[in-house]
Structure formats: C-alpha cells, structure tokens
Ligand binder design. Sequence first.
Ligand code: N01
Length: 540
Amino acid sequence: MSTSDNRSKDRLDAIIIGAGIAGMYQLYRLRELGFSVRVFESGSDVGGTWYWNRYPGARFDSESYSYGYSFSEELLQEWEWSEHFAPQPETLRYLGFVADKFDLRGDITFDSRVATATFDEDGNFWEIQTEGGERARATFLITAVGPLSAPTLPRFEGLDSFVGESHHTARWPHEPVDFAGKRVGVIGTGATGVQVIQEVAKTAAHLTVFQRTPNYCAPLGNRPIDEVTQKEIKDSYPEIFKKCRESHGAFLHASDPRSALEVTPEEREAFWEELYSQPGFGIWIGNFSDILIDQRANDLVSDFMRRKIRERVDDPEVAELLVPRDHGFGTRRVPMETRYYEVYNQKNVHLVDVKEVPIERIIPKGVKTGNAEYELDILIYATGFDAITGSFDRIEFRGEGGRTLKEKWADGPRTYLGIQTVGFPNLLTLVGPHNAATFCNIPRCIEQNVEWVTDLLRYMRDKGHERIAPLKASEDEWTKHVYDIAALSLLSKTDSWFMGVNQNLPDKKRTFLAYAGGSPAYRQKCDAVAANGYEGFVLN
Ligand code: N01
C-alpha cells in the first residue's frame, strides 16, 4: 500500500540506510504498515556493528537477555542466549536468525554503500545513490547508520609501510587470525582494546599494548546460562523490559537514589565492593546517584577504582601506568573486562605508555616511538570511531537549497529530538545525534525510536500528510536542552567520543553528541510530542 495514490511506480514509501539492529526493526515495522521499503546496507549481511566488529573478544557489555529485541514474544521464547554476556558470533547468529524468521533479507540490498542522498523539493522525495551507481527514490529517508560505524585510524606516517598483518578492530577479517607464536601490538585501550587485549594475551608469543589514556575498567562477571536460569529468563521477560524501561540508560541497573556523600565511609566502601563483584554495568550505572554529577562523589569512587587496579597488578610501576589520573570514573565509557588487569602480570605482555613518549610513526617492521622500536608480526588498531556524526558525514546528504548536512552540523549537531533537523524534510534519524538512543542499552532505545517513527508515519498516512520538518524554534529549544543537561554532568568536562573528541580528527568540534537526560525522560517527551499532534513539527 502506498502513502499516496499518485505516486509513480519507481518511488518507494521509505528507504532505510543500514541493516543493523535499528534498520532491521524499522523494515519489519514499516512492512507491517504496508509501506514499500528498501534497505541499503554496505555489509554483505545483516548485523551492523555485530557484522563489522568481529575481533576476538568482542562481546556484550549488556546482559544478553536485556539486549535482544522485545517486540516478538515468539522470538523471545525461541532464542536461547548461552552466556550472560554473549560473544559476537552468537549475537551475529541471533540477528541472522531474526532476519530469517521475519524474512527480512529480500528487502535489503547488501554490499551497497549509500554515497549521496538528495532531497527533491518540488517532488518531495529523497533520491539516494550508492557507490555502485544504483539510484532509488522514496518519500521518507530513514537513517539507521549506527553511532559507532565510521572507524578511525591514527594519523601516523608510514601506516601502509608495515609489512606484517594489520587490522582495525571494526574491519576485522572474516577468517580467524592466529596469534600463536606471533608478536602482536595493540594500539588503543578503550572498550574495544580492553576486550581484544585480554583475548590476544592468551595465545600471542608476545603482546605489546600501546596505551595513551588509561581507563577505569570493571569486571564483567560473565558466565554461562544454565537451564534453570534460561527458564527463569524466559518467564521474566516482561519484568526485564519493564526494569530497562524505567532505568536511565535502559539497562538492568538502576542508580541508587542516595548520594555517595550522605553515607558513612564504611557503607560506601561496602556498597562499592558489592557493585564491583556484581556482573555488568552496576558499578557505573547502578551507583550512587551523584557520582557523575558531583565532583566530590566522583573523586571518592575514582579513588576506589584506582585502588582496585593497584591491588590487581603485581608490578607497582605498571599499575601506576594503568591508573587513570586525567578524568574521573565513569566520565568516559567504562570498559568491561575479564582478568584484564591480570594480563599485565603475564611475562608475554608489555605495556608501553605512548602519552609519555608518543608513537612517531609506523615502520615496516612495527611501531617506532620517540625512544624505541617495537618489532611486530600483527598490528591491531583498536583506535575507535568518528562517533555519532561520522556515520552521517560519510554520506552527502543535501537538503533544502542544496545545503549539506555536514555543513549544517559543522559546529555540532542541531536537531529536534535527535530525530529531525531543519532543512532536511522527511529525513528521520534513528539513533541520531542528541537522541537518547546514543547513550543507552541500544536495542531498548532503538525499539522506542523505531516505534515512534512508525507511529508518526502511520499518523501522516492517515491524515494525508506527506511532508514533515521541525520548526526552527523546536530545534533551537531541543539543542539548548541537550547542552543544558550535559552541562550538569561530569561527562561534559571530560574528553571522550561522547564529546566528539577524537585526536585523530582534529577538526571535529568538541560538543556533546548524545543526550544525557536519560531514556525515560526522552520517551516521555517523545510521547507528549506525539500526543499533541506532533507538536514542534510542521506536517503538510
Ligand atoms: O574506541 P575508543 P573503542 N595513538 O574511542 C586510542 C563501544 N563498544 O572502539 O583515549 C594512540 O573508546 C585512544 O586513546 P585516547 C563503546 O560504546 C562497545 O574502544 O584517545 N592511541 C583509545 O584508547 C565504546 O565506548 C562494546 O588517548 C590512540 C582508543 O584508541 C565505543 O564502542 C565493545 C590513537 C580508542 O578508544 C568505542 O570504543 C567495544 C593514537 N593515534 C566497544 N588513536 C560492547 O558493548 C586512538 N587511540 C560490546
């Protein structure tokens, strides 16, 4: 069924860019509405981030059963997660299973990267062109491009001169990489680096870790799911998802309403020991309510985490290198680990501080810092992403008056609800900048985004509307709200990808890219906007 009777045959109702978790679900929902839809995906299969990030050690940091789609009871009962924090191959299998179950692949064009997307003001449609030259038109263009899908490499000289094997973690080969007997180097110690380091250290002859900024890592506490627990999980999905819906980041961990400063030092210590021993993000997200807003509370918890690092690393000099000093606990994404710190007690692992003596260049045989050369067989770049806006910048979006989105967002994104931006009618950005889904147990917020967009498109069809754009005043107000909320949080005082800071991208502006107000508040706002006839938008 089409949204318009006089639609030409070559015009779809919607084009979706990306067949990851968001794109797949959006396709499912729009098909249900009877819309004609096509998804363009650069990978050769579904899965998005789980398709690309197949590096050893990649796994969930969210409890598996809080991460899967919640929309189909049948799917929930059919699928069985094997571990509390599932590894990447299992997650990719899960997404393939979903694609098969709902027969999604037929509406997806794979190996097709969208290069340009241009809005036709007279015709009121978007036309996309892929790198392979394919074109398609649709009334609505929905991006599901992922917040962390544009990998970045360091700007070292000699990157191509290395004669060994080198891989960015987000472009990992499909064939297994064997580390046995090899000298391996890893650059980067964010959430990805930590996962890959603890895995490579198991088999490499020698591992050199090049660390610029140490992070506060916390134990993941992963374990297999036994049969009894499997049944309990399947019986309690409604409660699991309710808990997620009510928590700030849509995780199973809700923050403790108390202040870290109102309890005795003994109570504080006991609480933190308890959180540190529990699986998952509790220590970050289930902590006292003020650790990310009050510097004094944050100093205390940062001290606790520093002590933990010192306790776990045998060599005090190495321990000091691993202790973060330039930021507080939780103000950057907390990497989750399994015996990560103990890796540095192994004889085959060497930590190099490249803040003190930076990497100068890549040489044919390895890495050259200011005072040494490191010979390597395999070099792994766990060097992160052009976060959130990078996935948009790779596509040339041209809106009204031929203006590009990249130009519009050059000083930081401006959006209404993180879903639309003035000058780009009918462009809907799932998990876009300034959208709560960027700071969230992502599938939970993806479902909220997708369902909201689906309701919007149903409403527009029912009312005979074919064009939606936000009011400038709504965009100004939301953008200000995003920055005002961020200013209350210590996250905005620290350099990280949340703030758009990536030293490999010196031109990227430092602005808060996510939404720190929490997913319940965001959902409430979105629901109120919809209930008031999509106030703040112009529909015609
Ligand atoms: O990327 P990052 P990531 N010289 O940007 C270093 C999600 N994720 O891929 O901090 C030397 O955090 C850089 O150093 P510095 C999660 O949301 C999820 O690790 O800039 N070092 C840093 O150490 C996460 O936050 C999961 O000083 C250089 C590292 O590279 C997000 O992805 C698992 C360098 C980059 O860290 C991104 O994590 C993994 C240079 N030139 C990731 N350039 C799961 O939940 C960069 N670095 C499953």
